[in-house]
Design a protein around this ligand. Structure first.
Ligand code: NAP
Length: 286
């Protein structure tokens, strides 16, 4: 029976650590780190995520502002807001909440962000640094996945890691982080043939797809670390990509949904905001 990787407990420890460092930063500089979230439109799930992130920020002493724009906002209006926030010295992190309404192009928003304020690590600069092995601000969910994997104590150097899903937000940066830990990494996606043949090799298996029960028990190597990033709403419940009850019988460690990766994403956002503030106020590169 797999050990459950409790993302809520690990995230709480990280939030405490961030809070102590935020207090020290604030004492040193007479100003606290500050996060500006941009929410466009009326998607209730996005609104909830932004509220949770703002609340978590305030709880550790990070100032938080939310800019709620109407769904009809034009690309230019959104870019103008990014420009204003880029220019504000009292804002250290900018978080455009995804997904944006269909008529808006997220790529050009991330291209416009000051890379030192890009707390979700999605600007070309930060994505490039990660792929060059010189990470600066790294996407929050992949960082959370890595922390969960590290918490098992499993030795990653030389381990086989399989990531299912290749998005810029989750799959690809997760694969790069595992590669940086010297795992042998396979990245699977919707065109992968015989997914199970790959996943069965995995000492570490990360599912980041958004398809309930895609990963079944026969696709998992006994004793593996299984991290479920997927979030799908089904009848008022949230379910992951992994058939939890069955896979739990096979895996060595497994994350629940909810209560696994989700809370870690928020904790990593707080850590990234502190890092962004340090980059801007204290200088340096990392
Ligand atoms: P995405 O952009 O839709 O990417 C999904 C990926 O899954 C794509 O690379 C796609 O392949 C691949 N895929 C689709 N069907 C597949 C199949 N049958 N077999 C193998 N791969 C398949 O989604 P995302 O933004 O990466 O998010 C992934 C999931 O994580 C979603 O459920 C999302 O809600 C969740 N999420 C959770 C958190 C959290 O904090 N817990 C944060 C972010 C996202 P192609 O590239 O070939 O299309």
């Amino acid at each position: 029976m797999a050990e459950i990787l409790d993302g809520r407990a690990l995230a709480a420890r990280i939030r405490e650590e961030v809070q102590r460092e935020v207090e020290a930063f604030t004492a040193r500089h007479g100003t606290s780190p500050a996060l500006a979230a941009i929410l466009v439109g009326d998607d209730p799930a996005s609104a909830l995520y932004v509220r949770n992130k703002a609340r978590a920020a305030t709880a550790v002493g990070i100032r938080s502002e939310t800019f709620h724009l109407p769904a009809r906002t034009s690309q230019q209006e959104l870019l103008d807001l990014v420009d204003r926030l880029n220019a504000r010295e009292d804002v250290h992190g900018i978080l455009p909440q995804l997904p944006l309404p269909e008529h808006l192009d997220p790529e050009s928003v991330f291209e416009r962000l000051d890379p030192r304020k890009d707390v979700d690590g999605l600007s070309p600069y930060n994505a490039g640094r990660l792929s060059l092995g010189r990470p600066q601000l790294v996407p929050c969910t992949p960082l959370g996945v890595l922390e969960l994997v590290r918490s098992t104590g499993v030795h990653l150097a030389g381990a086989r890691a399989v990531v299912v899903g290749r998005s810029n937000l989750v799959g690809k940066p997760t694969a790069l982080l595992l590669l940086a830990e010297h795992a042998t990494v396979t990245l699977c996606h919707s065109r992968t043939r015989d997914l199970g043949a790959h996943t069965r090799q995995a000492d570490v298996l990360v599912a980041a797809v958004g398809r309930p029960r895609l990963v079944t028990a026969d696709m998992v190597k006994p004793g593996a670390v299984v991290v479920d990033v997927g979030i799908t709403r089904q009848d008022d419940r949230i379910v992951g990509d992994v058939d939890f009850d069955a896979v739990r019988e096979v895996a060595g460690w497994i994350t629940p949904v909810p209560g696994g990766v989700g809370p870690m994403t928020v904790a990593m956002l707080l850590r990234n905001t502190l890092r962004a503030a340090r980059l801007q106020v204290e200088g340096g590169d990392r």
